[in-house]
Design a protein around this ligand. Sequence first.
Ligand code: TYD
Ligand code: MG
Length: 450
Amino acid sequence: MAKAKTAWFCSSCGQQSSAWVGKCHSCGSWNSFVEELVEPASTSKTGPRKKINVLPQTIQSVERKEEARMVTPDSELNRVLGGGIVPGALMLLGGEPGIGKSTLLLQLAMQMPGVKVLYVSGEESPTQIKLRAERIEGGNEEVYLFPETDTHLIAEQMDELEPDWVVIDSIQTIHSPTLDSGPGSVGQIRQTATELMKLAKERNIPIFLIGHITKDGSIAGPKVLEHLVDTVLQFEGDRHYSYRLLRTMKNRFGSTSELGLYEMQGSGLRSVENPSELLLSTRDEPTAGIAIGVLLEGSRPLLIEVQALVTPTAYGMPQRSCTGFDPRRLNMLLAVLEKRMGFRLGQMDVFLNMAGGIKVEDPALDLAVCAAIASSVRDTPLPELTVFCGEVGLSGEIRPVHRLEQRTNEASRLGFTQVFCGPGNTEDKGKGTLKVVQKNRLFEVLQSIL
Ligand code: TYD
Ligand code: MG
């Protein structure tokens, strides 16, 4: 069989070259050349033309097949995937090294008795995987470990074993023999992913690809794959905390706003059914600088503890430091507190922390952040069992947040008695013992709590 013909292409302008070059002659960009297949390996160049067996059809005439999803024992994963694994889907699970990607998928494989899984590992030896499997519960006896990195051999094993689903750990370590470049290069990643996509679709076997994301967002990261695969899942969390979040970045078979929460334990990952209770610490006496906010992750409301500490600066330059919150947003909120509320923060260090190592983006947390800072400045604890929920604008106004009812329901379920929020959402006056207090401006809120 003739060897496949490959060439190098500039990834910014498309310039072709027969060998790798450091700088593109055409657009001048550096280190942009990737190897790509120009002609697939074949015995004859002019084979008979493919017989057409698919014809164009109208949308109305397309039959809607209800695809039978494989419901897994992992309720969080089912939620994130939109109800289970779709046959023939190519799914990418991205995340920083050491976050628990291999654990998540190995655990899933071990906990589905009678389901045949092919676990291809280019990173770890079967012994290492066995060691990990021993920590995890579940006794599926049909998990086949395959320490191979060649896509053609993987395809052979898929035909031989006929697994129900496949894990590739990781896409950066496998390679296709059609290209000469090494595993992990952009050309290889694209080529191997294309081959695996074909395998998944033709055999109707779902494939999970594990992909590393480096801290500096290196070029061979799974970003290249995102347009190719059906689903992109991201596994994230702070390595120093035990919580892990599973998010969908793209999903051809479901919503992208869902979130799965896990806790990494000594015996694998455990799904967290009741996230709010974990993110609220139990404290006996009220403490200054702590406010409870409520954020919405997908369709799930989460109550989270916001901690602020404001102290006089020891050096000339005041520090602003935050964990889990956007520093620019913090600066904006501090400016609002200075300008509209008369707080003197120019000579103060401000530290802000979201409990549990969670990163928040929901602007509904603004009010809780402001309340926590104000409480720390005044050294006065905020009223107990109170939740803050609102976006703060530049003029110190409080804007309504979406899906307030869901948030207040969660607060009420956890026994909170008071919610401060913005105007609008008038139809919602709270349930049971929960009082919903609507305020137009930030100073009105701070006035009534401090
Ligand atoms: P791993 O799945 O190897 O991460 P990744 O594949 O994303 O690189 O897991 C990494 C961490 O998880 C490792 O530091 C050990 C820890 N861990 C536990 O805390 N409990 C367990 O039961 C297992 C299997 C791993
Ligand atoms: Mg791993």
